[in-house]
Each structure stands twice: as structure tokens, then as C-alpha cells.
Ligand binder design. Sequence first.
Ligand code: FES
Length: 83
Amino acid sequence: MREPITIYYNGQPIFAKNGELLSSTLWKNQIYKLNESYKMKRPRGVYCGFGRCDGCIVLLNGKRVQSCQVTVVEGMALEEDGS
Ligand code: FES
């Protein structure tokens, strides 16, 4: 059984389970918009789920990461990618 932890998205605490995929955690917390399309500024989020589309990119310590390829750890601080 995975241990419950807290991570932060845009400064707000959200609940997660240690070691689960970040994209799953965001989805379970009803956070669907993770960034915007470059030209049209349309909302983007998890689409392919396996690292091909870049729809799930968020900022982790200022670096762009694919949330479907990262597991959560206690205290992780994320932001929506506005670039
Ligand atoms: S959902 Fe497509 S790269 Fe993560």
C-alpha cells in the first residue's frame, strides 16, 4: 500500500500517494489543464499517457517535465507551464 503524501501545484497542496505517476495524481485531483498551446493558447493536458505528445508538461523546479513520465515524492512543487 502506498503512503499518502502532499505535493504542491501552483502553490496549492494536493494529496497523492508516494510513487504514483504525477499525471495520475493531477487527474485524480481534477487538474486537467497543465499548459497552453504555443500559438493558439488553448488548454492542454494529458493525452497520450506515454511520453509522445508533450500535452502533460508542467514545471518542476523550473524545468519542463512530462508529468506522465515522473513519479511523485513528498513536497514536490509544480507549476503550470505558461510558455
Ligand atoms: S500525456 Fe503525452 S507526453 Fe505525457
